[in-house]
Ligand binder design. Sequence first.
Ligand SMILES: [Zn+2]
Ligand SMILES: [Zn+2]
Length: 882
Amino acid sequence: MITGNEIRKSFLEYFVKQGHTVVKSSSLVPDKDPTLLFTNAGMVQFKNVFLGQERRPYVRAASAQKCLRISGKHNDLEAVGRDTYHHTLFEMLGNWSFGDYYKAEAIEWAWQLLTREWGLPKDKLYATVYLDDDDAEKLWRKISGLPAEQVVRFGAKENFWEMGETGPCGPCSEIHLDRGPTACDKQGVAGHECRVNGDCARYIELWNLVFIQYNRKEDRTLEELPSKHVDTGMGLERITAVLQKVLSNYDIDFMRELTATTEKLTGKKYGTDPTADVSFRVIDDHARAVSFLIADGVMPSNEGRGYVLRRLLRRAARHGRLIGLKEPFLYEVAKTVAVVMGDAYPELRTEEQRIREVIRTEEERFGETLDRGLILLEEATAKLKTEKKKTLSGEIAFRLYDTYGFPLDLTEDILRGEDIDVDQAGFEKLMEEQRNRGREARVVTLNVFDQVSASDSAIVTQYIGPDTLDAESEVVALFGDGGGKQEATEGDEIELLTAKTPFYGESGGQVGDRGMITTARGDVVEVIDTQHPTPQLTAHRGRVKKGRVQVGDKVLLQVDGKHRQKTKLNHSATHILHSVLRRELGQHVRQAGSLVTPDRLRFDFSHTGAIPDEKLALIETEVNQHIREDAGVSIQELNYDEAIRHGALAFFGDKYGDRVRVVRIGDFSTELCGGTHVRASGEIGLFKLHFEGGVAAGVRRVEAFTGQGALDLIQIYEQRLKDIGDLLRGGAEDAVDKVKKLLDRQRELEKEIEKLRGELERDQIPNLLAKKQSVDGTSMLVSQVEGVNGKQLRDIADQLQAKLGSGVVVLASVGDSNVNLVASVSKELTKRYHAGNIIKELAGMVGGGGGGRPDFAQAGGKDPAKLDAALKRAEELIRQAK
Ligand SMILES: [Zn+2]
Ligand SMILES: [Zn+2]
């Protein structure tokens, strides 16, 4: 049997023979198009080539691309696992022509590969072509020899492909396979007609060939492109199922290995219980998806891509429960993912440790609340059933989300079997209320949000940055202690809202602007921070420094240019750092958080293990190289609609308002960012790393300085080195040598001291032995020892005990203001004397505590004056013992 890995390989090799260059799969997180949630087709990495914005050193390409199809919408995970052919993560095999070959070759090669190389039966294959694509039909008839009834025409819905509302587009041609009447999953369904594109499992689409020959213009008309392209795609899982002669994508070899791992963990068999089978398939699919996502640097979180990852992890965890897996297990299945797919996707192996760690941590976290959440849900459904109701309240769904970490689709997934749905509107309402509470909390001192949103939602602050630092406007609202007010006077702490502002409000990790607001009368408000209580509002936080300010005042707003400039340097440097980290450490590196202030930048990213010093030096060097390149910074604004067309809707939510900014630096950095930036990288001047360390499982942090701040840091280091040189009475140059020598000398001295102490101990032994007394035939030695610490006292006691052979030793020494006590009883005497009990009593007498074993014990005390009495007591205790 040909394996999935062999099919991938034979596809790529076949197209290499036809002059194609094999291009590596791009990341699941699109690099060139940050507005797209996930890479969902093989052509994503070539998009700019089709748009004529990028050139490649080849005109024919082939690849196996990892793809993830899941929108931010909560209900489209539904099908995965329930049937045998839906996936979130899948692989797409494809070949491309960039202005090179066209329909004839594309059809010829597809046909040859399927029928000659892979031996699919000609009489079971169908080709579809677009309504008016006579060329394609002729080519199919000629090349394949298929009869007329096996070359079928379809309309735009099935056979015309468009990249977006405008841009490259063209007819496509699909190859379908008839798997025979028994494969139909709609037998007996009224109105079902078994045919190509008839929407059942009998006729399945294998391969889509897109012929890009037009450009769709704004006015909806088509113009011929000067050069024509080919873009094809074939799902690896599906073609593997066909070639391995199984009906289910989950029965192909590498999926079966994942199932086998779960079977081993749970002790149950796949294929014996249809309900359990759903769980097995969910786990197979999600183990792959989460492994690939984490390998590409996505970390579980509560928004965007991170939330998609979290939902997949939690849905898998819950399906694990259904088949009896109570402990974390998915990280074990992920190990198999790395084994079976690691040859084609090496990042699964290099990142394996981090992938497992992140999955396990998330599984453990969710495991703590999953069971309790399930109990709550069971109680709620039982109540619904007795009340004969079919809808779970939004409050319960929200409580499950908020307290127990159940994504809404997980709750829905669980209830589907019970035929109960969820009041989504009610849930959304509570979510929105929670978001609002979050916003309130962000405005630290006051409470703008409530007041404005409740009373006057018409207020919107127009941001006129980032290129303007001064603007005139009018005060539209004032808030102080106790809420909204008409006027504030000198000394008052306030939040001030104007109709428009050049002040940047804190967002995207960049801190808010500072500056000054003055009235025509000469009153002054000092602004110490700027925040967005809501996305539409900008609140200037500060203090009335002079005079008073009133609602309605005409004011001049002036941003502190130096503060802004320093912040800009750090922000742009953060983007450069991000791109360099990805190049130096791997494509799994993704931003996990950032803080950009005028003084420094902090950047958290997905990565495991400390970064070696040499690597850090290299990263610093490369960032500085990019700075010296003086690369231009360009900012492109997309409107919300455009972004939605790019698939960005769920990704942005309401976070970015209605404009999305794409910030590019040179050709090495492209990010979605609303912050303020330099015009060219050279402005940053200098970049100096200051700190590197871990902050959470799989997350590292670096801190750095730029511009004058970086120079200041270097000067501080330099001064420190000079000071050390001065202390060593030499220059900074030979400071290292001198410190080395000093340390060597210190080690020598320590050895010397150790030796002398040893001698001192030995010298005391004969004197101490002379104090030996005999009690009923037992040797007893009770004494104070001069000039030794607790550890040495113990050593002396050991040596005395060894010399005595059999006996009881009690020793004490006095430090600066403390007492050390040690008692030792030779083993054969422990029935009669108990070292621990003796020491306990003595310690009590000298104001301390302690105890120990019958044969050895030690303690400390605070009252040296009582020591003589304590030692007398020791002798008594030994004499009295029977
Ligand atoms: Zn059918
Ligand atoms: Zn940014």
